[in-house]
Design a protein around this ligand. Structure first.
Ligand code: MHF
Ligand code: KIV
Ligand code: MG
Length: 331
């Protein structure tokens, strides 16, 4: 499909989903979006992401699980903030994302949403919240939008996600697909394994990705697949691809906050690069604090409060009259 046709089709799909207001809104330049009367006043829209893709400007996506990380993503110009279900492991201490409940996810979405106004805000639908049937998936996605305040949802699925994506898109909930390594299926696959290393498996992933695009996904995460396959799927599709362990030729990249900031002390996948060193900052901060408290160098006078000398003298007299025991009165 030519990119013109794709853009047109995307526009029709979105117009159908969002109505006349969206058609007007979508024809404005992205830098103007913030000043339109749209409710969220987002700077980063689906249209803007597609423009980045067409311009060959890589899209940046980072996970966030709370208000301060949401604020940081906003302040430092991240394009998409993802409330990933990695939340379960890096933030809540579960051993798998499959343990995360929808209520827990929504609780964190609300915090991130309060801190993140301009990046496009997407959240993972937790394991089990979209698997039983399409009606339940719709009901739960609506909760994530209405209660969680997210703009789009992400689901880990290949062909089996087509119907859900079609339905959610038709009612105006943008869906990001996620193929390749699907962490919510780690038990079935006996671990977190690179996917698509054989011709047959690669073909299945490529065809699945195409089907999810046709179903209406606005973007797709490619996780842990060979870089050649990441490049192939990116060329094949008209929607942005966001890679994590899918090589450098995808339209964008995503990493887990705790991985890229070196907070996460657990297993580190091959695709992780540590750009920040929060772990060292935390270590030196806590060591310094506990040492200063123990040697009574914290707090100093500037970090505590004073009172007028005459009030202090009056207080001591009053306290003595009342029979209180205090400073210099312990013997
Ligand atoms: N901290 C963190 N980062 C993540 O990226 C992440 C989470 N947690 N939790 C949820 C899922 C789990 N993910 C994972 C976990 C492990 C590997 C991993 O170790 N993969 C092997 C592949 C080995 C192979 O098949 O050759 C690796 O060595 O990279 C990959 C993705 C991605 N998600
Ligand atoms: C790593 C990203 C893509 C994710 O799904 C998560 O953080 O849960
Ligand atoms: Mg996830």
């Amino acid at each position: 499909m030519s990119s013109f046709l794709a853009a047109f089709r995307g526009r029709v799909l979105l117009s159908r989903a969002y109505g006349v207001e969206a058609r007007r809104w979508m024809s404005v330049r992205p830098e103007e979006v913030a000043s339109t009367s749209t409710a969220r006043r987002r700077k980063v829209t689906i249209q803007y992401l597609n423009q980045l893709r067409k311009a060959g400007t890589p899209i940046t996506m980072v996970t966030a699980y709370d208000y301060p990380t949401g604020r940081a993503c906003e302040t430092h110009g991240v394009d998409i903030t993802l409330v990933g279900d990695s939340l379960a492991q890096v933030c809540l201490g579960y051993d798998s994302t499959t343990r995360l409940t929808l209520d827990e996810m929504i609780h964190h979405c609300r915090a991130v949403a309060r801190g993140s106004k301009s990046p496009f805000l997407v959240a993972d639908m937790p394991f089990g919240s979209y698997h039983v049937n399409t009606d339940e998936a719709v009901r739960n996605a609506i909760r994530m939008v209405r209660e969680g305040g997210v703009e789009g949802v992400k689901i880990e699925a290949s062909f089996e996600g087509v119907e859900i994506i079609r339905k959610l898109t038709s009612i105006g909930i943008p869906v990001m697909a996620h193929v390749g390594l699907m962490p919510q299926r780690h038990t079935f696959f006996s671990g977190y394994r690179v996917q698509g290393r054989t011709a047959a498996c690669a073909l299945e992933i490529a065809q699945g990705a195409r089907a999810l695009q046709e179903a209406g996904a606005f973007a797709i995460v490619l996780e842990a697949i060979p870089r050649l396959l990441g490049m192939y799927i990116t060329k094949q599709l008209d929607i942005p691809t966001i890679g994590i362990g899918a090589g450098v030729h995808t339209d964008g990249q995503v990493l887990v906050w705790d991985d890229l900031m070196s907070v996460w002390g657990g297993h580190k996948a091959k695709f992780v690069r540590q750009f920040g060193d929060v772990k060292s900052a935390v270590e030196s901060g806590l060591k310094g604090y506990t040492k200063a408290v123990r040697e009574r160098s914290f707090p100093d006078d500037a970090e505590s409060y004073s009172m007028p000398d005459e009030e202090w003298e009056k207080f001591l007299k009053l306290a003595q009259q009342e029979g209180l025991r205090g400073a210099g009165d312990h013997s």
